[in-house]
Design a protein around this ligand. Structure first.
Ligand code: CCH
Length: 313
């Protein structure tokens, strides 16, 4: 397979509709993983796609889902990507069975197939991404580490990270709704637990829980020193030194969507209107997966021969 990603030699794959349908079917078949986490490979695959795209920097045109640089240590070894090797391993048999598809297309396609299979919205997707090879010029295009968000931070941090990708406040909140899915792992991020009761079914439950009508969110320090929030019964006064117990969790970044008034307005809208959330999530996730990918009028990827050493001239 060609590993070239620039110049006229690299032709984006042009699969037939039935070839693409076969990949979609294979993805649906592998989602059920009874011995993994909550029984589905879906959530970790969604995170793989998000982290592959979320390195985008609009100012330099670098990063984004093109290239699948996470296969290499430079990007895959970013502590923010800990655990995503499981998602890549789940998808490896599909790559073997359908070698024409690039990793960059497979990871992004798998996420939208998974979201739909977990009762989420249909999300538009276009192929044509290429994979970075081992040539020096390709390796130089792997984005630097440290571009992904840090869950221990707050609203300002979210605006800096997502602003770099040119997302607005509404889009930040809609994207955050992906935390309806999956869980935090102590050995990956240091945080612990799931956001919602059924973490393999896409819904707007995350927003409804954030608004915490029945219980309340309390700050908790885990044994590893990491601070998160847990959902607990409302109790008057809590004895000093006692950490609250609760099954559901929120990151400090999730809680910042409540304390920031503009973010909060969108949390309330999405908590009240699942259809609105699904429509907005579909649009913003599709936009995320297209970051840094240049297409001509027909939607074909335009390979940019000016991309050198990670920068567009
Ligand atoms: Fe996230 N996310 N995420 N997240 N995330 C984690 C897990 C998932 C942040 C931090 C974390 C998005 C935005 C943010 C998913 C999708 C999205 C974890 C736990 C942390 C920490 C990782 C672990 O321990 O395994 C922060 C900070 C932000 C800032 O906004 C966005 C955007 C998306 C997708 C659109 C999904 C899905 C998971 C679950 C993964 C799993 O393995 O279950």
């Amino acid at each position: 397979p060609s590993s070239k990603t620039s110049g006229s030699a690299a032709k984006p794959p042009q699969p037939s509709a039935s070839q693409l349908d076969a990949v979609r079917a294979s993805i649906r078949d592998l989602l059920k993983q009874p011995n993994y986490d909550d029984g589905s490979a879906g959530p970790v695959i969604v995170r793989l796609a998000w982290h592959s795209a979320g390195t985008y920097d609009a100012a330099s045109g670098t990063g984004g889902s093109n290239g699948a640089g996470m296969r290499y240590e430079a990007e895959g070894g970013d502590p923010a990507n800990a655990g995503l090797q499981h998602a890549r391993a789940f998808l490896e048999p599909i790559k073997s069975a359908h070698p024409w598809i690039t990793y960059a297309d497979l990871w992004t396609l798998a996420a939208i197939v998974a979201i739909e299979a977990m009762d989420g919205p249909r999300i538009p997707w276009k192929g044509g991404r290429t994979d970075f090879g081992t040539a020096e010029e390709d390796q130089a295009r792997i984005p630097p580490r440290g571009r992904l968000p840090d869950g221990a931070k707050g609203a300002d941090h979210l605006r800096i990270i997502f602003g770099r990708m040119r997302f607005n406040d509404q889009e930040i909140v809609a994207l955050s709704g992906a935390h309806n899915l999956g869980r935090c792992h102590l050995d990956r991020s240091g945080f612990h637990g799931k956001w919602v009761n059924n973490p393999t079914r896409f819904s707007n439950q995350y927003f409804r829980l954030l608004l915490a009508n029945e219980k309340e969110w309390r700050r908790k320090t885990l044994a590893n020193g990491v601070e998160q929030f847990v959902y607990v019964e409302k109790v008057e006064g809590q004895s000093e030194g006692e950490e609250p117990e609760g099954e559901l969790m929120m990151l400090p970044t999730d809680m910042s969507l409540l304390s920031d008034p503009v973010f909060r307005k969108w949390v309330e809208i999405y908590a009240a209107d699942k259809d609105r959330f699904f429509a907005d999530f579909s649009a913003v996730f599709a936009k995320l997966l297209e970051l840094g990918i240049r297409r001509d009028g027909e939607g074909n990827v335009v390979n940019d021969s000016n991309v050198k050493a990670g920068y567009r001239s």
